[in-house]
Design a protein around this ligand. Structure first.
Ligand code: IPE
Ligand code: IPE
Ligand code: MG
Length: 238
């Protein structure tokens, strides 16, 4: 009873949760499996968590799928991750049925034409969904995003000497979205790894040692319960 009560979802949920889906490789290694098996298991967890966030009424979920630095990995691992994304997009014609609006954040020019077509279709087919806004950060880097925004502004003829925070925000991949309220990193690492570095200025953080493929709805519950108890002051007084 007590346990049940403690796990009850709080009334105030974060509008925007961002997750660094980390620990797939270690999960596989622990089981004597290839790293790619960890990524497959992680992909299933991702689908489950996205569905759960939609169910409990989270408005934005942004997941880190592949960073600008992840190209350093062996080619077969990179290919396996891209294949999982490809399969996910092919299978996910049902975004619309689930009322999930999907959007990709990152420099998509480095991805295959085939993947780009699937991404454009997924975004287009789900654009009128009114449930969860699901952002998938792919070939995403926070520094790359900021440089890209400045380049876009310069190319548009904007007066950069008069640049405002709002203008810069409006030219990031997350333009028009609220900043993440809660950033979750599993796998016992305590760093951002170039994730949403501009947008996370006043985010709350929640860490767990659980590896991403083992991450469950219970972890989301714990994270949002912890979030609800935080006192966000944004530099002001109480
Ligand atoms: C996260 O898991 C997935 C990606 C970065 C694509 P990792 O592959 O980084 O797993 P670990 O950190 O090696 O365990
Ligand atoms: C961050 O994880 C990127 C993603 C989860 C996609 P990494 O495993 O790449 O981060 P580092 O290398 O441990 O900082
Ligand atoms: Mg990792």
């Amino acid at each position: 009873m007590l346990f049940k009560k403690r796990n009850k979802l709080p009334e105030i949920l974060p509008d925007h949760i961002a997750i660094i889906m980390d620990g797939n490789g270690r999960w596989a290694k622990k089981r004597g499996l290839p790293r790619t098996a960890g990524h497959s298991a992680g992909a299933k967890t991702f689908q489950n968590i996205a569905r759960y966030c939609n169910k409990i009424g989270i408005k934005y979920l942004t997941v880190y799928a592949f960073s600008t630095e992840n190209w350093k990995r062996p080619k077969d691992e990179v290919d396996a991750i891209m294949k999982l994304l490809h399969d996910y997009l092919v299978d996910s014609v049902n975004f619309k049925d689930e009322n999930i609006k999907v959007k990709f954040l990152g420099d998509l020019t480095r991805l295959s034409d085939e993947l780009n077509v699937l991404i454009a279709d997924a975004e287009n087919n789900s654009k009128d969904a009114t449930g969860l806004n699901l952002n998938i950060a792919l070939n995403y880097g926070g520094r790359d995003e900021i440089v890209n925004a400045v380049k876009k502004l310069a190319a548009s003829g904007a007066d950069l000497t008069a640049l405002t925070e709002q203008e810069l925000s409006d030219n990031l991949y997350t333009s028009g979205m609220p900043d993440p309220d809660l950033i979750i990193r599993p796998s016992g690492e305590y760093r951002l790894s170039n994730y949403l570095i501009w947008q996370s200025a006043y985010a709350e953080y929640w860490f767990t040692d659980t590896l991403w493929p083992d991450f469950s709805e219970k972890d989301i519950n714990e994270a949002v319960i912890s979030f609800a108890s935080r006192d966000r002051r944004y530099g002001g007084t109480k």
